[in-house]
Unconditional design. Sequence first.
Length: 142
Amino acid sequence: MKNSILSILFVAISTFNFGQNIPDRAEKGTTITVTVNLRGSGGHILIGLHTKDTFLKDALQKGKSEIKDGIATVTFNNVLPGTYGILVLHDKNDNNRMDFDQNGMPLEAYGTSNNVISYGPPQWEDAKFKVEETPLNIEIRI
């Protein structure tokens, strides 16, 4: 029984270790550099790179940047070709989340790729963009 458990554990650990060792991914991915221009100051900028399935949920890649002279920059590496969207939050109070008032309105500025301004939560169709093999520079205003 003890040997069976150890064998299963060894196979599971070997599988997880193999799954994380993907050398070709780094070679095939590109970079996305996001520059955020904002009017406010204080706090940090939080940026998330999303697919349709992760939009408004947990990001594929996350970045955090200080704000210097109204500008913050984050670079995402090893991004494979596909369709993505970016969400940006000006986290003024550094609590790593968006704050809302009692009626549900956001208290902190936010933005999306493509700079579409809408009333209500960001929409995937407004924020999506294509990534190919060439590096991208994206500017977002909030």
